[in-house]
Design a protein around this ligand. Structure first.
Ligand SMILES: Cc1ncc(COP(=O)(O)O)c(C=O)c1O
Length: 403
């Protein structure tokens, strides 16, 4: 294969520096098979070695002794809540504020069907949301609740969102990072606005948790939800749901069972009340397999440090951005400004139409460049460990493709 020269940003100089792990140890966590270029963390991330090991160990344990060590599993569950609380902003969030739910969509649905809507209420969101953060709000239409999607394609997406809010706006709900373009919103600005207007602020953080530092307090988020299978490098089917304690007590509970009561495990008790903690949203047996896996994945982020992860990822996104901008055949679909950038870099080939892009996507996938076809172009989403060589080779293939 002939390679195309791409402008570099000096990424080679960026060795991830952490106190706890050497670069070699970080590399060893990602033994991707030879030739595979994985640029699809915005869809489903890869598991680090330690996660695969934790799952194997859990499988063996189940095979050899069933649930004999269940008390230790429960400790792991508590530990995961603490890890997630730290990821969301340790100074203000504690493990009691963390519910473990099935996915982001469930987290959003628990909020949507927990609020006491009044006919005439409205919800403001963007016009670029993933369906999970649109459909659930549209489903409230029969209760007289309207969804206003703001066009955020202009220079000031937050202003567009705020301009749509009025005295009947009960909720503003956005993805921290848009799934197709990768546009990163200024959550602090939106949160401050919502706090002042007493509008509930909900953040679908699946495209940024595990990629960027997050702090519930500085962005004044009332609700944050995210599945662990993308940037957090965990398995599918286990998500975090944070709801600010005052709001948590006001939400109607719609799923019931032994696990959501205050005295879970006291199976003889006749009387019950919902747990005061966020466990009130978890009706039954926890996803122990997922808990072991996600906890292992998050331990890697803790060893490396989120600041290092974030700067390593931004450097890679900048590398892709600059390489796309330097190549005549390509057009960048994502933002160029670092404050708006994320782990997602989307681009299109100027000479290809929609069908051509579908063919380009198939070509890349066939040649082991794992990526996505989104928003009218190709979406690359590396993570903090992705090598420059991998990104360079992937872009070269996108440039060389002939229909
Ligand atoms: C912004 C966003 N929200 C939600 C989802 C879906 O999440 P889940 O499957 O956890 O409901 C996705 C998946 O791509 C997404 O990109």
């Amino acid at each position: 294969m002939q390679t195309t020269e791409l402008q570099t940003t000096g990424l080679r100089a960026n060795r991830l520096t952490t106190d706890r792990l050497t670069t070699e140890q970080i590399d060893a966590e990602f033994p991707l098979r030879d030739g595979l270029i994985y640029l699809n963390h915005a869809a489903v991330g890869v598991w680090p070695l330690r996660t695969a090991r934790a799952v194997r160990q859990f499988a063996d344990e189940n095979m050899y002794q069933g649930a004999t060590a269940y008390p230790r599993w429960m400790q792991q569950e508590r530990h995961l809540r603490e890890q997630l609380a730290r990821l969301l902003g340790a100074s203000s969030v504690n493990s009691d504020d963390i519910a473990l739910v099935k996915n982001t969509s469930e987290g959003l649905s628990l909020l949507a069907y927990g609020l006491d809507w009044r006919s005439g209420d409205n919800i403001v969101s963007t016009n670029q949301e993933f369906p999970s953060n649109r459909i659930v709000w549209e489903s409230l239409q029969d209760q007289g609740v309207a969804l206003y999607p703001a066009d955020i394609s202009g220079d000031d997406p937050e202003a567009a969102l705020m301009a749509l809010c009025n005295e009947n706006t009960r909720l503003l709900t956005v993805s921290s990072v848009q799934f197709a373009s990768g546009l990163r919103l200024n959550l602090e600005r939106l949160g401050a606005f919502c706090r002042q207007r007493r509008i509930i602020f909900c953040v679908d953080a699946i495209q940024s948790l595990g990629a960027f530092c997050f702090d519930v307090e500085t962005c004044c988020a009332d609700v944050v939800t995210a599945d662990g299978h993308k940037w957090m490098l965990g398995p599918e089917g286990l998500a975090v749901l944070y709801i600010r304690p005052q709001l948590r007590q006001r939400l109607k509970i719609s799923q019931f069972g032994w696990h959501m009561v205050e005295r879970a495990g006291d199976f003889d008790a006749i009387d019950w009340q919902p747990a005061s903690s966020a466990r009130r949203f978890e009706p039954g047996s926890p996803n122990m397999l997922g808990i072991h896996a996600l906890s292992a994945s998050l331990s890697l982020f803790e060893d490396i440090g989120m600041q290092t992860v974030e700067s390593g990822l931004i450097l890679r996104a900048e590398y892709l951005r600059d390489a796309v901008l330097a190549e005549q055949k390509l057009e960048l679909l994502s933002a160029q400004d670092v404050a708006r950038m994320s782990g997602i870099v989307s681009f299109r080939r100027r000479d290809l139409d929609a069908e051509g892009h579908a063919a380009l996507y198939r070509y890349l996938m066939k040649h082991d460049v794992i990526c996505a076809l989104r928003g009218g172009g190709i979406r690359f989403s590396p993570h903090f460990y992705t090598s420059e060589q991998a990104m360079q080779a992937a872009l070269a293939m996108a440039v060389q493709f002939n229909i």
